[in-house]
Structures are given as C-alpha cells and as structure tokens.
Design a protein around this ligand. Structure first.
Ligand code: COA
Length: 151
C-alpha cells in the first residue's frame, strides 16, 4: 500500500470529516478541522494515497513541551497495514526530541487503539470516568514520557 504522510491542508478537510463521521459518534466537523489549520499549536497530518484519497489522519496539539494527541483514524479498508503506526511514529519522533510527554484519551473498550498505543510505548496513566458520550464510557488516559539528558 503506497502513501505519503503530509501535513493536512484545506483540500483534505471534506474527506477527513467523512472519516470522522464513520469512526466516531461525536465527530470533528469541517469547521473544527479548519480551525486546526490556523492554530499554531496544532499539527495535523494525513496519510495520502497516490490518487489523493486519504487513508488516515492524526491530530496533535502542543502546549510548551506537552503533546496532546486529539485523534487518529484510518479508513476501515486500509486498517492493519501500518497506516496508524506511520502517523504515530511521526509524533513519537517529534516527541523524543521536543516533548516531555505525549498523552491521549481512548475509550476503555477500544482494544485495537489501546494495543496500538501500547506498541508505541504508551502506558495507562489513569481513567476519566464517564468522559465519553454516545455511549457514555470511561476514558483511559495513555501517556508516553520522553526522558531527555540534561544539557
Ligand atoms: N486488534 C488488535 N490490535 C490491533 C488492531 C486490532 N483490530 N488494530 C491495530 N492493532 C495494534 C496491533 O498491535 C498492530 O500491530 P500488528 O498489525 O503488527 O499486530 C498495531 O496496532 C499497529 O496497527 P496499524 O496497522 O498501524 O493500525 P491501523 O492503521 O489499523 O489503525 C486504528 C488502528 C485504531 C487507528 C484503527 O483501527 C481505527 O481507525 N479505528 C477507528 C478509530 C479509532 O478508534 N481511533 C482511535 C481513537 S483514540
């Protein structure tokens, strides 16, 4: 499967919003994604196939040296081919150089996503009871810390 990881631009937004609606009960809208384009703390990336179609995408917000992963989603037909891993690897390599930690929330029942994050060295750091709606469910907080040598 051939694709490139590229920064999100405006042309990607309708496809990403459609992917959000397929994957999540409270999806990000086109307006929310567009705001991210102009948010200097946000870095959204896309796995783009040769024909311009989107196989997956991910979003990160950085606040000083803290990284918050907003979302990661891959088209159902493209799953289990390493697309999410390629997206997450970008953030982990950035984090290893620039961040104290990367963190995210995930539904307690989302075992594929939890397995993905564990593979990338994220550890379960706590629960947010009732964090998600539709259906109501606890969030697992998963965090990967990066240890930097003192200068
Ligand atoms: N069951 C168990 N483990 C899984 C899995 C599944 N269905 N899907 C991924 N994993 C784990 C495996 O360890 C896998 O490594 P392996 O294939 O060598 O066994 C590893 O994650 C990497 O998988 P990868 O192919 O990179 O993931 P993907 O491109 O299929 O995307 C998701 C994974 C979770 C992003 C995808 O299933 C998805 O979009 N789900 C719906 C949206 C979602 O839940 N996003 C997360 C919100 S927090």
């Amino acid at each position: 499967m051939y694709y490139e990881i590229v920064p999100m631009d405006r042309s990607h937004i309708p496809q990403i919003a459609a992917l959000e609606r397929e994957c999540f009960s409270t999806p990000w809208t086109e307006n929310m994604l567009e705001d991210a384009l102009f948010d200097s703390q946000a870095s959204f990336i896309v796995a783009e196939a040769e024909d311009g179609s989107i196989l997956g995408y991910a979003g990160l917000h950085v606040i000083v040296d803290e990284g918050y992963i907003d979302n990661i989603a891959v088209e159902e037909a493209a799953r289990r081919h390493g697309v999410a891993s390629a997206l997450l690897d970008v953030y982990c390599r950035f984090g290893a150089v620039n961040l104290a930690f990367l963190t995210l929330e995930v539904r307690k029942s989302n075992l594929p996503a939890i397995a993905l994050y564990e593979k990338f060295g994220f550890q379960q750091a706590g629960l947010r009871p009732g964090y998600y709606q539709r259906p109501r469910e606890d969030a697992v907080i998963m965090t990967r810390e990066f240890h930097h040598e003192a200068p």
